[in-house]
Design a protein. Structure first.
Length: 157
């Protein structure tokens, strides 16, 4: 999986360089900034601070949640997070890898959170995620986001 992620980031970096954005370097400060962005995401999510949460994303965010259609743009993302945070709590992110090239980077890892099931009872969900970030105006912003659960879906009644 790590090699596939590296290929995706390399392809994105080549595309960005072809568009004239390949002159900046990606280093430890960028990695630290992206890791702290993950901490800010967890803090805003768990506090149900939707404006702060949505502010971490680029205007053109492509958000790919499990078992749902793609969410494109900040306004639809705001509504999605309002719905999601109403039924979840205790989000934890483990960052396994942060890497990048120029103005593009990715962060990949695992998540855990408590989710209300179809009957309203709390259950623990866990899985993996991938964020693709772009440096915009000196700030790293989530541009693509995807996650999926490691647990089987609950049978529908």
């Amino acid at each position: 999986m790590k090699s596939a992620l590296r290929i995706v980031v390399a392809a994105l970096a080549v595309a960005a360089a072809a568009c004239g954005g390949g002159s900046q370097t990606f280093g430890p400060k960028d990695q630290a900034s992206i890791r702290s962005k993950g901490d800010a995401l967890v803090e805003a999510f768990n506090a149900k601070q939707i404006p702060q949460l949505v502010d971490l994303y680029a205007e053109n965010i492509v958000f790919m949640p499990p078992n749902r259609p793609i969410v494109r743009g900040k306004d639809p993302l705001k509504g999605f997070f309002q719905e999601l945070t109403a039924n979840t709590s205790g989000l934890k992110l483990t960052v396994d890898e942060v890497s990048g090239s120029g103005p593009l980077a990715y962060a990949a890892g695992a998540y855990e959170m408590e989710v209300a099931n179809a009957k309203g009872a709390p259950t623990r969900d866990r899985g993996k995620y991938l964020f693709v970030l772009r440096q915009l105006g000196g700030t790293w912003r989530y541009e693509y986001s995807i996650w999926n659960s490691d647990l089987p879906t609950e049978p529908s009644e």
